[in-house]
Design a protein. Structure first.
Length: 122
């Protein structure tokens, strides 16, 4: 396996891991949805095993994205944030918890953030 292939597998695995975490899923829960073992998810995420097109499609459907997400990455709207990946993941997980526990507060928070962005404050 060439260097480029290994790098691509690692990149797709990292995208899978980030998306799984943003969705608040464990490796076991994603594996159950896909009908594979959690060890298989670990191998996909580490880039050890290749995500075939059929498995990539199954991952995409399970996580609510298109197959292109794994190939091209998420579409970025605007400039990238100056936050580390870990900070972004923590933020997404926190927002997910607020959404589950306090949906009305989550909506207000989202409206507030969008309002700030639209007025150029920040």
């Amino acid at each position: 396996m060439g260097r480029n292939t290994k790098a691509m597998n690692a990149q797709m695995g990292e995208r899978l891991r980030q998306l799984r975490l943003m969705r608040g899923l464990t490796q076991k829960s994603l594996a159950a949805t896909m009908g594979v073992s959690y060890q298989q998810i670990q191998k996909y995420e580490s880039g050890t095993n290749v995500l075939s097109l059929s498995r990539m499609q199954l991952c995409a459907e399970s996580l609510g994205v298109t197959r292109d997400y794994f190939l091209n990455g998420p579409e970025q709207e605007g400039p990238p944030l100056d936050l580390s990946r870990r900070q972004l993941l923590y933020l997404m997980q926190a927002l997910r918890q607020i959404e589950k526990r306090r949906p009305a507060m989550f909506k207000q928070l989202c409206d507030f953030i969008v309002g700030l962005a639209e007025t150029g404050i920040g």
